[in-house]
Design a protein around this ligand. Structure first.
Ligand SMILES: Cc1ncc(COP(=O)(O)O)c(C=O)c1O
Length: 397
């Protein structure tokens, strides 16, 4: 009987979402290679994934994963504090720490969990030491950071996206908070623009705070061997705790928190998102390790990606699309309504190009968009097809 009530509620909510063009469906996608997929029986060029360097299908990444699968099995079968922490996890953590020039790194099953664990560690340290602390969070931070901060024991304030004067006022007006943690992303996932790291570095000179920086979309794209935007700008020291995901440019899965030895050891002891979850399968740790080796040894894909990004962004700037400015491979074309975003995606689909409309609640109402993502594996021909198709799509919109 109770279940029937919940079914009625579910049907009403789903109808409501459908009528507002916000109902979501999963699309069944079969990858063919790093940049092509089968979708509803037809082949498409994939302009919707975060596979910036095509590493999902890199032979060395696949070979390392296969070796680890045979040697260590398909899963970890326990949390890291029981029997889930295996040699590939330890090796990947050491490699990440060297590559990020961090004192230590901790691997987790996903980037979502890594952000929760990092936030939970700050909160637990504050509570356990009886210090009054708060988070200051950029409004456009990823849901994993927002959820983590909301669910933490620490108070928080949200500042408008990249609005450093407002952030400065908040920092100065700490009132009861003795310690403040600024939470932001180096490249924002839905807008593709960058945090003002130089401005944050200046602020840090006058207002002490700890910086938690999510480098999910900067990893593999910026910095020496793809080690991120802070490294690219010579601002590694600015970042107290960095989070990266292995699920985007690294082409596999998992999340990583980088920080001091004391912070990482505290995470292992205090962060519920780490302690109470079965560890990342060892083969995924081996895949992440191999992906970083590839990035260290092969700079050309990153250079090609950046060249493609510059070309696409400059061509689109000549047209009438409203492109959010930036230098990242996330190129959002804001169209406004959900139906317009859907129509734009359909128009590209009819030309063999796969993109997805991004709608509320992922982005604010009225800013629905086509989120185009570029990969070093896209051919020149595919890039030209994208540009021409977008030109045509706009003409007929
Ligand atoms: C900025 C950002 N942080 C964290 C995550 C979560 O990473 P994961 O997909 O590995 O859980 C994502 C993506 O999903 C993201 O875009």
């Amino acid at each position: 009987m109770a279940a029937e009530v919940w079914d009625q509620l579910a049907r009403a909510v789903l109808t409501d979402l459908d009528e507002s063009h916000l109902l979501r469906h999963r699309s069944l996608i079969t990858p063919i290679n790093a940049t092509h997929v089968l979708f509803e029986g037809r082949e498409y060029v994939n302009f919707a994934s975060n596979n910036y360097l095509g590493l999902t299908h890199h032979p060395q990444v696949i070979a390392a994963t296969e070796r680890a699968l045979r040697r260590f099995g398909a899963g970890s079968a326990a949390s890291p504090l029981i029997t889930g922490y295996c040699p590939p996890h330890a090796a990947a953590e050491q490699h990440v720490a060297r590559w990020k020039q961090a004192a230590a790194a901790v691997l987790l099953p996903s980037g979502y969990q890594a952000n929760h664990a990092a936030v939970q560690t700050f909160a637990a340290l504050a509570v356990k030491s009886g210090r009054r602390a708060r988070f200051l969070l950029d409004k456009l931070c990823h849901a994993s950071l927002i959820d983590a901060v909301r669910g933490s024991a620490m108070p928080f304030r949200i500042f408008p996206h990249n609005h450093l004067p407002k952030l400065e006022r908040l920092l100065a007006d700490a009132k009861t908070a003795e310690l403040q943690v600024v939470v932001t992303e180096s490249i924002f996932s839905m807008d593709g623009d960058a945090a003002d790291l130089v401005g944050l570095a200046k602020l840090k000179m006058t207002h002490p705070f700890a910086l938690l920086l999510d480098e999910a979309h900067a990893t593999g794209v910026y910095g020496p061997a793809g080690s991120g935007l802070a490294a690219e700008m010579g601002l590694r020291e600015l970042v107290d705790v960095a989070v990266i995901t292995c699920s985007k440019a690294l082409g596999c899965g998992g999340g990583i928190v980088c920080g001091s030895h004391a912070f990482c050891n505290s995470l292992v002891n205090l962060a519920r998102a780490y302690i109470y979850s079965t560890h990342l399968p060892p083969a995924m740790a081996a895949a992440a390790d191999a992906a970083i080796t590839v990035m260290e040894n092969e700079p050309l894909p990153r250079q090609r990606l950046n060249q493609i990004v510059r070309h696409v962004r400059s061509e689109l700037a000549k047209g009438r699309w409203q492109v959010i400015a930036g230098s990242s491979p996330i190129v959002p074309l804001v169209v406004g309504s959900e139906t317009a975003a859907f129509a734009a995606a359909q128009s590209l689909l009819s030309r063999g190009l796969l993109t997805f409309p991004i709608r509320p609640p992922t982005v604010p109402r009225g800013t629905s968009r086509l989120r185009i993502t570029l990969s070093s594996g896209h051919t020149d021909d595919e890039i030209e097809r994208l540009i021409c198709s977008l030109r045509d799509a706009h003409k007929h919109a």
